[in-house]
Design a protein around this ligand. Structure first.
Ligand code: LLP
Length: 450
């Protein structure tokens, strides 16, 4: 091995990058503490976690999540605001509790998400915003009874139903229309939402007319927008916020006391370890794009709905290599985790770093596809990836899996869902035990007597 090769290898860069631990621009909490140690999450060895809890295993750093939330709190400290964590990114109770304990709010999109939030903090409803284009009457009733902060209404039919339910339950809920600002944001087409052809929101040009229809059972007090997810540039957020600010000024002229601007979520992260990423600077840029628009109309509480940015990089999916197999010219590393555990690569061709948990002295590399056992060609975590040579029985960590990992997991191929562990400094706590066969079959019945 030539030393220069090692220094340039991705793993070496990865460790160097993590030398920044403790600073606010910390990218990931996963490090090799020294050349002889296994990969750690904060103070806990992933080898020890795999031995104790088995694999596949989701591991999260509580400290990292708190740090990311702190970046938002600091960047937006100049304006009244509530950070409403987007529950869909990771809805595990142990994760929600971290946010509740720090006074964060929540962005929900279903009655189930509201139940989860109320399970961790029964007083959290006053900090909950309810988004989503298909709210049912039962979900509305639950949210009305809980007294949530804001309904983000996404269509005329929904406006009518909400008004009806509010009248029935004798409530007058605060509501915003989610407008579609027709702003283009560079991201994967499946997670872009802010253009006229998307199913989300109401055409911003029709919004004024609809606010007039809100009627006496609803209190129109906000305007909301969400243009998509994994958006790396700040400009589209700024452009959308300006359009919303203009609408707020018009609505106030129409007599509506608008005091909330919900800017949605969507701030992107960097999934590639070798590309620089300064999380603190990103949030500052984001704040600099949003705040002038909010300040231009005055008297506004800004609501923010970040999901991925807060939890993605805190999490890794730990998997064990089952087999290494060659088919023609290709090598496949088959792990015990699969697309049912983490569907992002299969669904969006998403890139996730994959690192060996055991320390490496050599710079030798292999090129392989990292795949799961599910019977689909789309079941892969990486294709033609340069990796350190891996053998059956070894552990790998699939990084940046804290957002849209476990929350999108399924039982496809009748695979029980993974366990989850939350690391707090040197302590690790199981926040979800591994599913077993009884869990999987619990809701099913054998039809008899037909
Ligand atoms: N607010 C609303 C109304 C949303 O629809 C979303 C995400 C968020 C907030 C949070 O966005 P974030 O800050 O996490 O980007 N499964 C995809 C992402 C889907 C995002 C859906 N909506 C993925 O794995 O990339």
């Amino acid at each position: 091995m030539r030393h220069g090769d090692f220094a340039r290898s991705r793993e070496a860069r990865y460790s160097q990058e993590n030398a920044l631990r403790g600073s606010a621009i910390l990218t990931r909490p996963y490090i090799h503490p020294d050349a002889k140690s296994a990969l750690h999450c904060d103070g806990v060895s992933l080898e020890a976690l795999a031995r104790r809890f088995g694999t596949p295993l989701y591991v999260y750093s509580a400290g990292h999540i708190a740090e990311r939330l702190g970046l938002f709190e600091r960047a937006f400290s100049g304006i009244p605001h509530v950070v409403c964590y987007a529950v869909k990114a990771n809805s595990s109770l142990g994760i929600l509790r971290l946010f509740a304990q720090r006074g964060a709010g929540f962005d929900i999109v279903s009655g189930g998400e509201l139940e989860r939030v109320l399970t961790v903090d029964r007083h959290a409803a006053e900090r909950v915003v309810f988004s989503g284009i298909g709210k049912t009457a039962a979900e509305m009733d639950l949210a009305l009874r809980s007294g949530i902060l804001l309904f983000n209404v996404e269509g005329e039919g929904e406006l009518e139903l909400l008004s009806e339910r509010a009248a029935k339950l004798r409530r007058r809920p605060r509501m915003a229309l989610r407008v579609n600002p027709d702003v283009f944001a560079e991201t994967h087409p499946y997670i872009s939402t802010g253009m006229r052809e998307h199913k989300f929101g109401i055409d911003i040009r029709r919004a004024r007319a609809l606010y007039k229809k809100a009627g006496k059972h609803l209190e129109p007090c906000g305007v909301s927008v969400h243009i998509g997810s994994q958006i790396r540039a700040a400009d589209p957020f700024g452009a959308a916020a300006q359009r919303v600010a203009k609408l707020i000024a018009e609505l106030r002229k129409d007599g509506h006391a608008i005091r909330y601007m919900d800017a949605g979520g969507g701030l992107g992260i960097e999934y590639h370890a070798e590309r620089p990423f300064d999380a603190e600077a990103k949030v500052r840029e984001y704040a600099a794009a949003l705040m002038p628009a909010a300040e231009s109309v005055g008297g506004i509480t800004l609501l923010l709905e970040p999901g991925r940015f807060l939890v993605a990089q805190a999490g890794a999916l730990l998997a064990r290599v089952l087999y290494v197999k060659k088919n023609g010219a290709k090598t496949f590393v088959i792990t015990d985790a699969a697309m049912n555990d983490l569907i992002r690569p299969a669904l969006y061709q998403a890139y996730h770093e994959i690192v060996a948990v055991a320390p490496r002295r050599s710079s030798r590399k292999m090129v392989a596809d990292v795949v799961g056992p599910v019977c689909e060609t789309g079941d892969f975590f990486a294709r033609d990836r340069e990796l350190p040579p891996l053998k059956p029985g070894e552990l790998v960590a699939i990084l940046d899996a804290g957002a849209y990992g476990m929350s999108l997991a399924s039982n496809y191929n009748s695979r029980p869902r993974a366990a989850e562990v939350l690391v707090e400094g040197r302590r690790a706590r199981l926040i979800r035990r591994r599913e077993n066969v009884d869990d999987m079959l619990a809701t099913e019945r054998l039809a008899t007597g037909l």
